[in-house]
Design a protein around this ligand. Structure first.
Ligand code: HAM
Length: 428
């Protein structure tokens, strides 16, 4: 390095724009929420599926839909060194269907129930609660078109959010119909929209995806579309029965919902039941999770004619929603026990002791770097430990350790051989 280079200050790197880091202590709540959402899925019989973070670009173009913003504007697409077009997954459902077909999971017991967790990538304009790398926990139940399964999936999402402590959200529900009624409804809606004095861009949207015009937030458009025909009033008898069965089951289960016939989801594959969890504390990015049924997706991706239903819950937004409700989730502590060793011999003995504690399932850490008592106790405090174990030369000679209860502020000597059992008893 030249003198001049040395003088030039090296500017540290920062994470790419719109990409969050999850660093301690906040990463604890992140891990706890993600883990809990996965746990609830496992409790309902969904098995873990771990999928590639990038896939063939065509999978998303065909699965999610070319007319969606997600595909047309937000994908991270690039050519790899072999000149294949690949895309960082913007969502999970298309990849799950690809894997189900590829591994013939749909040839066994149905429904196939799968859950996944991880990062997804969308080139959106970053703002609070809207990231370019976002985290979801999702489930998909594939192969059976039973409204009871729709109710299970919706109720599972609701229970998952309630389980982390959220109460300020509402569940919005609708039916988007299917091939037997949607094309005709779409024509009706387009006839209505083309009769309105819409601007050029909105008119184009009415041609491509008329349903999306109903979700326009501009007051003048809202007013113009107040009397627009709604899908819910144009369902085929089968779709209507399907929807009424789902809502009836949710009533039985005590899951509260509001029907929002103007709901528009950003992905093209949905049919029949569609839902979204909305949290008003979050401002513009209020969707904390959503999902729905998809009748044609598997066939569209080259598989059998099987229907499925699933959801994606936003871990980032669930955490923000908890924050706005003044709540946290998960353990506040880094470890339960913190070893304070004074002197070289004591440090060696403490290293053996914390090893035993960890083997017994007790989370523990110890001071390093030959710190004095005061500095080491600060370490115990920062770790949020409930107990400190103080081991000096005199304790070591006596074959004992001082067990300090940091909440009750009392301490007593314990034989080194008894420490694990004593702590197990006191932490249980
Ligand atoms: P989605 O509604 O696009 O659905 O995303 C699900 C959730 O991911 C959203 O409700 C939101 O909480 C979170 N999310 C989406 N984009 C962002 C972002 N830019 N920043 C932060 N969080 C975000 C799906 O992805 C479907 N695959 C869900 C599904 C599964 N449908 C059927 N099966």
């Amino acid at each position: 390095m030249t003198e001049q280079q040395k003088k030039q200050k090296i500017r540290p790197f920062t994470a790419p724009k719109g990409v969050p880091d999850y660093v301690p202590p906040n990463s604890r709540a992140f891990e706890a929420v993600r883990g809990y959402l996965q746990h609830r899925a496992r409790l309902a019989g969904y098995e873990h599926i771990e999928l590639p973070v990038f896939e063939d670009t065509g999978l998303f173009a065909r699965g999610v839909g070319e007319s969606t913003d997600v595909v047309s504007k937000e994908m991270y697409t690039f050519a790899d060194r072999g000149d294949r077009s690949v895309t960082l997954r913007p969502e999970g459902t298309a990849g799950v269907m690809r894997a189900v077909i590829e591994h013939n999971l749909d040839r066994g017991q149905l429904p196939v129930k799968l859950s996944y967790a991880g990062p997804f990538f969308r080139y959106e304009r970053p703002q609070a609660g809207r990231y370019r790398q976002l985290q979801q926990v999702g489930v998909e139940a594939i192969g059976v078109d039973d409204p009871a399964l729709d109710a299970e999936v919706v109720a599972l999402a609701d229970a998952s959010f309630r389980g982390i402590g959220l109460t300020g959200h509402r569940l919005e529900l609708t039916s988007l119909g299917d091939d037997s009624c949607r094309p005709e409804y779409r024509r009706k809606l387009q006839d209505f929209l083309f009769g309105l004095p819409l601007d050029e861009e909105t008119r184009r949207r009415a041609e491509l995806n008329p349903l999306r015009v109903l979700d326009d937030k501009r007051p003048e458009v809202k007013e113009m579309t107040a009397d627009a025909p709604l899908m819910l009033d144009h369902l085929s008898p089968e779709c209507r029965t399907h929807f009424e069965t789902v809502t009836g089951l949710l009533d039985d289960m005590g899951v509260e919902y509001v029907i929002n016939p103007r709901m528009v989801r950003g992905l093209d594959y949905y049919t029949k039941t569609c839902f979204e969890f909305v949290h008003d504390g979050l401002g513009a990015q209020s969707g904390i999770g959503g999902g729905g049924r998809y009748d044609g997706l598997m066939a569209q991706l080259g598989g059998q004619e099987l229907s499925g239903i699933g959801f994606g819950l936003g871990v980032d937004r669930a955490l923000l929603a908890l924050e706005t409700e003044g709540k946290t989730f998960g353990d506040e502590r880094r470890v339960d026990v913190y070893g304070v060793a004074l002197g070289e011999d004591a440090s060696r003995a403490m290293a053996v002791l914390v090893g035993k504690l960890r083997n017994a399932g007790i989370s523990s850490d110890m001071s390093y770097g030959g710190r004095g008592l005061k500095g080491a106790m600060k370490g115990a405090d920062r770790a949020g430990a409930r107990f400190a174990l103080v081991l000096g030369e005199s304790e070591l000679e006596a074959g004992e350790v001082q067990l300090k209860d940091l909440t009750a502020h009392e301490q007593h000597a314990v034989a080194l051989d008894d420490v694990v059992a004593q702590l197990q008893a006191r932490l249980s």
